[in-house]
Design a protein around this ligand. Structure first.
Ligand code: URA
Length: 239
């Protein structure tokens, strides 16, 4: 569901403020009924008209990108750095990332123009499983790994239980590759969790988001989600 004025503005009819005026002045109908109050929400199945002209809703699109390192999870960057939407220049819809991966993190990132879908997935209650693979400094002990599993205290509170696996260790270089599965999506969470146990991240990649993986993609490549995958993600985040 999206606010009526936002839908009108998004369709390119008017700015958000002008859209509010159009509503207040009685120019807007929803499913044939004039609506004058601000703040009502409409879904994609509602028919919206401005002065009798149907508002064309942008067709919703859903993509999975294998984000390379060194790219901003945003639609613009004031410093001119590469942003994730640079990989979608041939797409006419205005898509944006669902959540974010850090500049230096690579891996699976979803992008869409469907605000309702993005909000659903990003809602803190929706504990979608995310799997990260991190190269860390040092070789974490069993106790340290267990503390990640129980939850570590960060400045914004204790983390929820996580699953961990040591995938490999390099005794000579004193580094380890570990897999970390978390259900939350706090800012720089994995980096902060590993920092908190004394093993800072050297390299980080998101390998999995729910049931979605990077299979078949190289860094910088994207694919459209299938209708079934979109449906499954919706179901997953409502459960
Ligand atoms: N956790 C991090 O620390 N960074 C990311 O990009 C994603 C999760």
């Amino acid at each position: 569901m999206e606010r009526l004025q936002k839908v009108i503005a998004h369709a390119g009819f008017a700015s958000r403020r002008k859209a509010e005026e159009l509503i207040k002045e009685g120019h807007v109908r929803v499913n044939g009924k004039t609506v004058k109050e601000l703040g009502i929400k409409v879904s994609s199945s509602d028919r919206v008209e401005v002065n009798g002209i149907p508002v064309e809703r942008e067709e919703p699109v859903y993509f999975l990108l294998y984000k390379p390192r060194g790219v901003i999870s945003s639609v613009t960057d004031d410093k001119g750095r590469k942003v994730v939407t640079d990989y979608f220049q041939q797409i006419k819809q205005r898509i944006y990332p669902v959540g974010r991966l850090d500049f230096d993190t690579s891996g699976l990132l979803l992008l869409t123009n469907d605000g309702e879908f993005a909000n659903l997935l990003m809602h803190p209650k929706n504990e979608i499983e995310k799997v990260y693979v991190a190269k860390v400094k040092g070789i974490p002990s069993r106790e340290k790994m267990r503390s990640l599993e129980k939850g570590v205290r960060l400045e914004d509170g204790k983390t929820a239980p996580a699953q961990t696996k040591v995938l490999s260790i390099d005794k000579k270089k004193q580094t380890a590759i570990i897999e970390l599965t978390i259900h939350e999506g706090r800012n720089r969470q994995v980096r902060r969790m590993l920092e908190a146990i004394g093993h800072p991240v050297i390299k980080l990649k998101r390998e999995r988001y729910g049931f979605l993986t990077l299979q078949g993609l190289n860094a910088g490549e994207a694919r459209e989600l299938t209708a079934h995958e979109v449906k499954q993600l919706r179901a997953l985040s409502k459960s």
